[in-house]
Design a protein around this ligand. Structure first.
Ligand code: PAF
Length: 288
């Protein structure tokens, strides 16, 4: 695996590999890699000749008072994990390489307002514009590629797909299933913030979503009823503060009234310093 910190070196490497006929896969990350990231890298390696893993803690997607400074970092571990999963290029730029005039001087912002307004966007109003801006920049740096994102961040995935469609990036966006711990907790770099007590309770979010999916599978059509049931599961747990649960259309991400087709269930819970999110697909019974 070749490691580079500069845009010029990354572009040079990719130009050489493309001249030899290589296809390119891109796995954008903020580092502190776990098995979920490694699965994205492995999948990219199965489908592409070169796999570029990027590691950049993007300040634009953190609001003041969020965890930018505490965000877990492990450059040496990340390098080993990326190489172990089959990455061929690691791009780990310092902030000045991505934002040469300073992040506060970036005047251009990419916003997919319609999809970013609800759920994560209502709790973190500037988050998705920061994500889209850096992802657009990475797409421009890497060029035509397949880009791999986890379904754990389902709203992010939908927003990036829409950005690619609206702005005609030559990028195929590939969504990959969420990788989970044995007890169902979705893998996330932020799980590192959980205390042992919080870690024990954290799978309650997944259980709430499974309960919602079960109700829908049994024929419950009222989305409000399902929201209430999912919220009750989280609220019965001894730790964790519910931010939201939602039953939404999987494409528009708009809340639904009736569960009479495929829907996506979403939730976010604050456990101390860790804000955890998760989601799950659900469908009514075939003959309901
Ligand atoms: O999902 C993430 O880790 C980040 O939002 C991303 C896509 C790497 C952009 O910084």
């Amino acid at each position: 695996m070749e490691t580079t910190q500069t845009v010029a070196a990354l572009r040079g490497l990719l130009a050489r590999r493309r001249a030899e006929g290589a296809s390119v896969g891109l796995v954008p990350t903020m580092g502190y890699l776990h098995a979920g990231h490694q699965e994205l890298i492995r999948r990219a390696g199965e489908e592409c000749d070169e796999v570029v893993t990027t590691i950049f803690v993007n300040s634009l997607q953190f609001a003041a008072g969020e965890d930018l400074d505490q965000y877990p970092r492990d450059p040496a571990g990340d390098e080993a994990k990326a190489a172990g999963a089959g990455s061929t290029i690691l791009f780990a730029p310092p902030p000045a390489e991505m934002y040469p005039n300073g992040a506060d001087q970036v005047a251009t912002s990419v916003s997919v307002a319609e999809l970013a307004a609800r759920m994560e966007g209502s709790s973190r109003p500037t988050h998705f514009a920061g994500v889209c801006t850096v992802v657009a920049k990475l797409f421009n740096l890497v060029g035509p590629c397949s880009a791999y994102f986890g379904e754990k961040d389902f709203q992010q995935l939908a927003i990036i797909r829409r950005m690619v469609e609206d702005l005609s990036f030559e990028v195929e966006v590939v969504g990959c299933p969420t990788v989970r711990e044995a007890d169902g907790l979705a893998m996330s770099s932020r799980n590192a913030y959980l205390t042992p007590e919080e870690r024990e309770v954290a799978p309650v979010l997944r259980r709430a979503l499974l309960h919602g999916a079960e109700l829908i599978g049994e024929g419950q059509r009222s989305a409000d009823h399902v929201r209430g049931e999912m919220a009750a599961v989280v609220e019965a747990a001894p730790l964790g503060t519910l931010d939201y649960v939602e039953v939404a259309d999987p494409r528009s991400l708009l809340p639904v009234t009736n569960c009479d087709g495929p829907v996506r269930l979403f939730g976010a819970v604050q456990f101390g310093r860790a804000r955890l999110i998760d989601n799950l697909g659900a469908e009514p019974p075939a003959h309901g």
